[in-house]
Design a protein around this ligand. Structure first.
Ligand code: GAR
Length: 203
């Protein structure tokens, strides 16, 4: 059973998908905290309706944030962190304290179309203008850089001839909502093994 804190910035549809998977017992976890860099995010409102402990970083100074986050994680007895549409870098002291226990979801097939500035619509625009025929979603472990870190799970979606960034985003998001709970469940079952930069899933 994971004690999970989810980091969000905005809409929170992945948070809701994780929450649904927990209630349907597809994911053996408890969401014990939600952290947002924006105090007005719908994701934080959702957490409030579910009476989940919350931390907003909006009015916290940059140098204070690592300390604030670690205090919150200790208070909620968090043992795993899922970034779900969190658009900021995680402070290095948090990455160090939770090394190999932080995942992120990205709306493309990493290591392509990732890195600083590659979020939301920008990703799907870059995918379409590159001319690739498949895109998808990636769940990966988090390190000190944006969208780096060993890949836990990926799933493809086709890029269609008449796709717009919005249409592609919608198709990818559906896959995100499926694979994020699945990937987290691998950690709940302790089936994830790191071999160099590769993640092997034990059966
Ligand atoms: C999701 O598509 C997620 O993959 C993306 O932001 C969206 C958040 O939606 N994340 C990134 O682009 C990270 N580089 P949500 O708030 O509805 O879950």
């Amino acid at each position: 059973m994971l004690r999970l804190t989810v980091f969000v910035s905005g809409r929170g549809s992945n948070l809701q998908a994780i929450h649904t998977a927990v209630s349907q017992r597809r994911l053996h976890a408890e969401i014990v905290g939600v952290v947002s860099n924006r105090s007005a995010s719908p994701a934080l409102e959702f957490a409030q309706t579910q009476q989940i402990s919350r931390l907003s970083l909006e009015d916290k100074q940059a140098q204070q944030q690592g300390y604030e986050i670690l205090a919150f994680l200790e208070q909620t007895r968090t043992d795993f962190i899922a970034l779900a549409g969190y658009m900021k870098l995680i402070p290095p002291e948090v990455v160090t304290a939770y090394r190999h226990r932080i995942t992120n979801i990205h709306p493309a097939l990493l290591p392509s179309f990732g890195g600083k500035g590659m979020y939301g619509r920008h990703v799907h625009e870059a995918v379409l203008s590159s001319g690739v025929k498949v895109s998808g979603a990636t769940v990966h472990l988090v390190d000190e850089e944006y969208d780096r870190g060993p890949i836990v799970m990926q799933r493809c979606v086709p890029v269609l001839d008449d796709d717009t960034p919005e249409a592609l985003a919608t198709r990818v998001l559906e896959v995100e909502h499926t694979i994020y709970p699945e990937a987290l469940q691998l950690f709940a079952e302790e089936r994830v093994e790191l071999q160099g930069n590769r993640i092997i899933t034990r059966s």
